[in-house]
Design a protein around this ligand. Structure first.
Ligand code: MG
Length: 310
């Protein structure tokens, strides 16, 4: 399978860590429910393709996210390789943490919001109340030696509130990081960000004491900006990027069906620019083509489409 011609590009880090969210963020937003066996196989194949960090599933209430109601079963199928520090699971509250600990998980992710409207819609709480809910979760997770990531949604725009001021994102981020989280993932949940805005937010966070080394970026491609924003963030000192194999996952809050930045598209751009990822692009493309067949629809990744003639 062909790869990009390599021309090292100035201003990029030598190596980028891809945090693969397809099995969780991707599948939770797919219409069809994928069998646990297929999910486990997807995670195994992603690991075999060299993805260094893979978010496996979610311990939210199955009534909210029926697509991932089989979280414990998927981890059971995976065994020890499904629960290391590089295999986080999403956890909303203490009950979710209990389930994650019972499954042997060593890493979790919590999910906050930069806007009050989304906090109410997604968590049924204000931002302040959701931080109160997360505080004992993070405290107990840390006591148990777990790695903890904090997502912040709607960092660059909100479907109900419109523009989101940088200061508001910084404040929500600061509150989550003050709980003791190890990493902050900045979510452009509706995919509206542009490159100058990315820089402005990273600067604002840096001023508030949240340096680039603590931050991951999580862009959606609704307006076709995900890869451009990611490259801008990398030129600005970020080295951890969230993406989804095959571009899995839509966003229920955005008008378009376009989902996360596709991992293949990211890998193509990075390898072409001489940036190491440790990912075997061919193995990844084959995995996404296989999953697209399972889902009964073509992959949203441009690279998968180009390389498989799908
Ligand atoms: Mg996403």
């Amino acid at each position: 399978m062909r790869g990009p011609q390599v021309h090292p590009a100035a201003g990029l880090p030598p190596r980028v860590t891809i945090y693969e969210v397809g099995a969780r963020d991707g599948l939770q937003n797919e219409k069809s429910v994928v069998p646990a066996q297929v999910k486990a196989q997807l995670i195994r194949r992603l690991a075999a393709a060299g993805l260094p960090a893979i978010e496996t599933t979610s311990f939210v209430n199955p009534a909210w996210v029926p697509q991932l109601a089989d979280a414990a079963e998927v981890l059971e199928l995976l065994g020890p390789e499904g629960v290391g520090r590089d295999r986080p699971v999403l956890v909303p509250n203490i009950r979710g943490l209990d389930r994650a600990l019972a499954a042997g998980c060593q890493a979790i992710a919590i999910f906050g919001s930069a806007t009050e409207t989304f906090a109410q819609r997604n968590l049924g709480r204000s931002i302040a109340e959701s931080v109160e809910m997360f505080a004992p979760v993070v405290a107990r997770a840390r006591d148990a030696g777990l790695w903890v990531r904090a997502y912040v949604s709607m960092c660059f725009g909100d479907p109900w509130e419109g523009d989101v001021p940088v200061s508001q994102v910084v404040d929500a981020s600061r509150r989550l990081m003050d709980l003791g989280c190890d990493q902050l993932s900045l979510g452009d949940t509706i995919g509206v960000a542009t490159t100058g805005q990315v820089h402005a937010l990273l600067d604002g966070l840096d001023t508030a004491g949240i340096g680039r080394e603590l931050i991951a970026v999580h862009f959606h491609d609704t307006y076709g900006q995900a890869l451009a924003n990611t490259m801008a963030a990398l030129r600005d000192g970020i080295t951890v990027v969230d993406s989804s194999a095959g571009g899995l996952g839509g966003c229920p809050y955005a008008a378009s069906a376009t989902g996360n930045l596709a991992t293949e598209d990211l890998v193509w751009a990075l390898h072409g620019a001489g940036v190491e990822t440790g990912v075997d692009l061919s193995a990844l493309v084959e995995t996404s083509a296989w999953l697209a067949a399972q889902l009964g629809r073509p992959s949203a990744s441009r690279v998968v489409t180009a390389l498989t003639g799908a």
